[in-house]
Design a protein around this ligand. Structure first.
Ligand code: SF4
Ligand code: SF4
Length: 174
């Protein structure tokens, strides 16, 4: 009996204490400046062109081999990025790919709501990664730039261009 009274006492005491829980997903906690979410691709803000020069360094350093890129000949006779695939189910969010990129074309976004109901949803294409990257500040600059707004929770979810991905033939899973 004494234990029950003690339990009610705890409940009553907690009733008048400040709330520590939040109404997720409507309300979100501020993120750490260098939080590492899904890797994403950045574009030139003026031309809109992907910054990636298809050097392959990120795929080479990735410890889980979850990055894959298809290089195609460019109109200038050089080479350019055709497709860029991220198999997020295997990603460790370690950030090695972002650190090694010589042109800052890949950065760690703040995306963490990545649950899907189909396995194909774990595969992100160049278009999808660029959409996420357009909303992401450069990851390692966020802690030093006083003007960045990485701490602000996003308004709504990004459009993952699912309809574009439907019917796309992805390379065979390894
Ligand atoms: S964050 Fe790490 S595991 Fe994920 S793609 Fe980059 S290098 Fe690979
Ligand atoms: S390291 Fe950077 S430039 Fe090289 S393929 Fe990866 S994203 Fe593209």
């Amino acid at each position: 009996m004494f234990d029950e009274v003690k339990g009610f006492g705890v409940t009553l005491r907690r009733l008048f204490m400040p709330t520590v829980t939040i109404e997720y997903p409507e309300e979100k906690r501020p993120m750490a400046d260098r939080y590492r979410g899904l890797p994403s691709l950045r574009s030139d803000p003026e031309t809109g062109e992907a910054l990636c020069v298809a050097c392959g360094l990120c795929a080479r350093i990735c410890p889980t081999s979850c990055l894959e890129m298809h290089v195609v000949p460019s109109q200038e006779g050089d080479r350019e990025l055709g497709e860029f695939i991220l198999r997020s189910g295997r990603c460790l969010f370690c950030g090695f790919c972002a650190q090694v990129c010589p042109v800052d074309a890949i950065t760690m976004s703040k995306e963490y709501e990545l649950s899907v109901t189909e396995r194909d949803g774990l595969i992100y294409t160049k278009t999808e990664l660029a959409t996420i990257g357009a909303q992401s500040p450069v990851w390692w600059e966020t802690a030093t730039d006083p003007d960045h707004d990485a701490r602000r929770p996003r308004d709504g979810a990004y459009d993952r261009f699912r309809e574009q991905a439907i019917g796309t033939e992805y390379p065979k899973k390894r």
